[in-house]
Design a protein around this ligand. Structure first.
Ligand code: NOJ
Ligand code: NOJ
Length: 403
């Protein structure tokens, strides 16, 4: 695709020096434009067996598109803009497709139909993340004079002709109290990650609805956001671990006991700079980060075998998913290790982020490929190859750390 070349020219200031950034961008775009996949849908990985990730997850796609929106914000590359319109159309179609759990359906087949096998559903982080990404896109479009498109196609306040943003906000406002699966698709309950992204979607959604002339909805979203905020402040802060992964688990693995998980960190990154509930410098956040880092520092052999770099981080200490089966041992993940870098840059601690990037580069294969995990003792990559979310996480962390 020839528009990569254009990108090299448009954002040379930081990008030229950053091989992995360009590779991640190219590889993310590749996973977002597979020829046999319905246009606008993004495969989580090109891997079709062991594991089969050749599906579109709403969470992965919303986060990957957010990375592309961030790139578009600074490059204004027309080919990326076009991809984003195609994504909006595809999400609009998807929202009007029957699924087993409505908009909470986490995973779709590559022809756009809902996946109907057994799965952890619903996952209500998806609609909220999609709304956050689309609202950011919408605001940038308004700034470039495309308010009409935003009003008509993106927001679409007129019932029943609801646009994708309004649909996601309605869903979130009506379902946030219900137990649902966290991003690792393993435990049903009420989770910090899901609640903070739902809070944030409704908060920015309320402001956006107001600007779109939908005042009644704006007041409703604001009210619900406030209620989620109350719930979060009361139920997730902990003296032991800073921020707990879940407040309620209605159906769980049975071996996840520590309460320590990287998803609160992901939540803080994914809702920045919109959420105003918890400051990145809050003592509970500080405590949480210390516990998170020291837990994984001690858990993974590579953190002491290969020193002088940042800490390799996994999903949670009791993790048994090794990228192929759940009978194994959890490993560090690229997106989790990069999340520490991103957080450091957002919270004014940019200098320490260097070590996290070094860690990622060290365990990558140096060709630009990033898989899902890297082995906790050998350091070699494993799990779904070329995970779209790994590349998205690299792009987002780099952009936050360049500023
Ligand atoms: C795939 C899920 O996405 C992953 O998070 C989980 O650990 C495994 N299946 C096993 O349930
Ligand atoms: C497993 C991860 O646990 C989940 O968060 C993700 O959505 C899927 N893999 C697809 O990447």
């Amino acid at each position: 695709m020839n528009f990569f070349l254009a990108l090299f020219l448009i954002i040379p200031a930081f990008a030229q020096s950053d091989f992995q950034f360009q590779q991640s961008l190219k590889r993310l775009i590749r996973n977002a434009s597979m020829p046999d996949v319905s246009p606008g849908m993004v495969v989580a990985s090109p891997s079709r067996t062991n594991p089969n990730y050749y599906y579109d997850w709403v969470r992965d796609t919303s986060l990957s598109m957010k990375a592309l929106i961030d790139v578009w914000e600074i490059s204004k590359n027309p080919a990326i803009e076009k991809m984003l319109y195609i994504w909006v159309d595809s999400e609009t179609r998807r929202q009007n497709t029957y699924t087993l759990s409505g908009l909470g359906e986490p995973k779709y087949n590559i022809d756009g139909t809902g996946f109907e096998g057994p799965w952890g559903r619903p996952q209500n982080d998806g609609p909220a993340l999609r709304a956050i990404s689309m609202i950011k896109f919408g605001r940038l479009l308004i700034d470039s004079g495309k308010r009409d498109y935003v009003q008509r196609k993106l927001y679409g306040g007129m019932i029943p002709a609801m646009g994708p943003v309004k649909k996601d906000l309605e869903y979130t406002a009506h379902h946030w109290r219900e137990p649902n699966f966290e991003p690792w698709e393993e435990e049903m309950g009420l989770h910090f990650y899901n609640m903070l992204v739902q809070y944030t979607a409704l908060k920015v959604g309320s402001e956006f609805a107001f600007e779109m002339g939908d005042g009644g909805a704006a007041a409703f979203y604001k009210h619900e956001a406030y209620a989620i905020g109350e719930y979060i402040r009361k139920n997730f802060l902990s003296e032991q671990v800073g921020i707990k992964v879940s407040a309620v688990v209605t159906r769980g693995l049975g071996y996840k006991h520590s309460g320590i998980d990287v998803t609160p960190l992901l939540a803080l990154n994914h809702t920045y700079p919109y959420q105003d509930l918890i400051s990145l410098n809050d003592p509970y956040v500080k405590k949480y980060l210390e516990v998170l880092k020291s837990t994984f520092q001690n858990l993974y052999g590579i953190n002491s075998t290969y020193r002088g770099m940042g800490v390799a981080i996994g999903r949670y200490p009791e993790d048994r998913y090794d990228g192929y089966t759940t009978g194994g041992k959890g490993n560090p993940w690229f997106l989790a290790t990069l999340a520490v870098a991103e957080f450091q840059c957002l919270s004014g601690n940019k200098r320490s982020s260097r070590g996290q990037f070094d860690r990622v580069h060290f365990h990558s294969d140096k060709t630009g490929q990033l898989d899902e995990q890297f082995n906790d003792t050998t350091g070699f990559m494993q799990g779904a190859y070329e995970l779209t979310w790994s590349h998205g996480a690299y792009i987002t962390a780099s952009l936050k750390c360049q500023k």
